[in-house]
Design a protein around this ligand. Structure first.
Ligand code: ATP
Length: 458
């Protein structure tokens, strides 16, 4: 049985995964802070993405561009003119809604991508569309609302100092295309990967960390020769799909969604989303994999006056590469992993809550328990802990019964618990307990490091 959102939010707070931002001041809507377990888990997600996308490959390099870029970047990319959501305001409750969502929720009509005029017409004519707060039907005409956060660079708040917080990380990659090709030894086909914060002034943020105004993204722009783009697109959809499966997401909770041709973004030739079946919202975008064509590089070439063509050194051919882009947010991934892993079950007549997270994603990799606080059991346990803690996040716990300590770690998703008991003094062996199977194995202390390494890499 799937966990409800309410339960997940309460669980995340109670166990220190995610807190409401500025909670002591009543909380800031749609802003969240990651607690001690949450920050470890999110770092692991980003680390796994970076490892598989950059380190494990010979054809991808990394980048870390600034959040505030030259305002012309957003003109060239089309964001200033078209990065809009359709806003509708209720004249009675004064509430603002995303017009396409309001229509979809009330009628089931897929209204994404319709013009303000088309949306206004539907809202006026279809009396199923009501203000969810007071049931009223008096709406102002729909208008586009730009989602970019504005700020000013320097002490003067003037038009020429207007700047934006980036709404996506991708543009930082495109504007550095020339730098990277000239200063590293990349050759098409190759990719540039980036992780970092993005900001969108969403009209209706919500569903916990699924949609917030400040969030992180992990994007990779993979540059290919035109004509090979469709094949590479398929390749990256497959790669990203398998990434989730390899990290333990249940396949029945994933599906592909093909964007209909008429609803593609202005830069896209084809986009396929990997959707996750979130219990609170049904199938929703987890990740988008887009064929962005040569749109962005050509736009930046035109607006900057720089030639951004790629020169093939072996054939001397010059061309604008096509771009395949897998784009995803670690916050959204984290929610999917948590939902997928959360389990309430009965073992030996007792209820337990357990997060069955893949060991690579689990916030804490292992816990070390001395059975007793007495010497030398506790000294041996402490030595083992100190010896291993530089390798990954470990947890030391010597308080409460062993059963209670196990339950705490089950809830935190810790895959392995290592217990030092009285027999350890004589046989120099410890017990490793597996979170999911509950099986215990006894191995020499000296073998713990290698054994845990094997178990964690899964
Ligand atoms: P949506 O349709 O859900 O608004 P999108 O199609 O606008 O998403 P993209 O621009 O493709 O999203 O961004 C790539 C990825 O960044 C998304 O798949 C998602 O994982 C993440 N992302 C986008 N917007 C948000 C947000 N407001 N909060 C959290 N993550 C987000």
């Amino acid at each position: 049985q799937a966990v409800t959102m309410e339960k997940m939010v309460a669980f995340c707070k109670r166990r220190g995964f995610v807190y409401q931002s500025s909670e002591i001041y009543g909380g800031l809507r749609s802003s969240y802070d990651y607690g001690p377990l949450g920050v470890e888990m999110k770092r692991n997600i980003k680390e796994e993405w970076w490892r598989s996308t950059v380190h494990m490959r010979d054809d991808v390099v990394g980048l870390d561009a600034a959040i505030i870029m030259h305002p012309k970047v957003w003109e060239a990319s089309g964001h200033t003119a078209t990065f809009n959501d359709m806003l509708v305001e209720s004249r009675t409750s004064k509430r603002r809604y995303r017009a396409d969502h309001l229509i979809e929720d009330a009628t089931g009509i897929d209204a994404e991508g319709l013009s303000p005029e088309e949306l206004t017409k539907i809202i006026q004519e279809d009396d199923r569309v009501k203000d969810p707060v007071d049931g009223g039907r008096d709406f102002a005409p729909v208008r586009p609302f730009n989602l970019m956060f504005e700020t000013y660079m320097g002490p003067v708040k003037s038009d020429e100092n207007l700047a934006y917080l980036r709404p996506e990380t991708a543009q930082g990659i495109f504007v550095n295309f020339k730098n990277v090709t000239q200063t590293s030894r990349v050759k098409v086909p190759f990719g540039i990967a980036q992780q970092g914060k993005s900001f969108r002034n969403e009209i209706t943020p919500g569903n916990f960390i699924f949609r917030t105004r400040e969030f992180e993204q992990m994007e990779m722009e993979f540059f290919v020769e035109p004509g090979t783009d469709e094949e590479w697109h398929e390749y990256w959809i497959e790669e990203r799909w398998n990434w989730y499966l390899n990290l333990g997401i249940r396949e029945e909770n994933l599906r592909r969604y093909e964007h209909p041709k008429e609803k593609l973004s202005h830069y896209s030739k084809r986009t396929v989303d990997i959707e996750y079946n979130y219990p609170f919202a049904g199938w929703s975008e987890l990740e988008g994999v887009a064929n962005r064509t040569d749109y962005d590089l050509k736009q930046h070439a035109e607006h900057s006056g720089e030639n951004l063509e790629y020169i093939d050194q072996t054939t001397n051919n010059r061309y604008y590469p096509y771009v395949i882009e897998p784009a995803v947010g670690p916050d959204r991934i984290m929610l999917a992993f948590l939902m997928d892993a959360y389990t309430e079950e009965e073992v030996n007549g007792e209820e337990r809550t357990v997060l069955k997270l893949h060991p690579r994603i689990a916030p804490t990799k292992a816990a070390v328990f001395p059975l007793s606080k007495k010497q030398p059991v506790s000294t041996i346990a402490r030595e083992l802990y100190d010896d291993l803690k530089g390798d990954y996040r470990l947890f030391y716990d010597d308080s409460g019964s062993i059963g209670r300590r196990y339950r705490r770690q089950d809830e935190a998703g810790t895959p392995f618990c290592v217990t030092v008991d009285f027999d350890t003094i004589e046989d120099k062996q410890v017990t490793i307990r597996d979170r999911d199977t509950l099986k215990q194995e006894r191995i020499p202390i000296k073998a713990v490091r290698d054994r845990l390494k094997d178990l964690i890499s899964g």
